[in-house]
Write a new protein. Sequence first.
Length: 178
Amino acid sequence: STPIFFEWIKDDHRKLSASEYKIDNHDTTSSLAFKSLNPNDTGSYTCNAKNVYGSDSITTKLIILESPVLVKLYSQNEQTKGSALVLTCNIAKGSKPFRFQWFKNGVELSGGSRSMIETKDIFSLYTLRNIDFNDMGNYSCVVTNEFGFDKLSIQLTVTGLKIFTMFLFNVFWAKMWR
């Protein structure tokens, strides 16, 4: 029996080395093991076998699928009464398709007369116009796929107009010092 020489190649061009992967070659078999998987490992893997009698190869495809990870919500958690609130929910990484849901204090939201939800492939926006004090609460975006979920929350507080508040404060102190 003549020795068989094995070679592993990724995506038809990159030879794999034992420093990156665990490659075990035996008399008639070769195996490739991953030290740790990440999305960059997605691709086609080919095992080439050669000896003095000829060569053969086999190819398999590896697809890495991930649960969603959200980008942090960038929004002020304090808004002025009458202003508009726009919350964004963006996917940083994960495998499609995604399902987005918005909640206020644990109750699922849908669009209404003052609110709108817009969802595209990898992001969702929740817009609330003419904010009032009863809009205060915990707003959350939950994104799911078949591999898991992620959630981001913001605690919204609503303040009155600052000029009016300062005016009342000054009137109060003026009356106190009379």
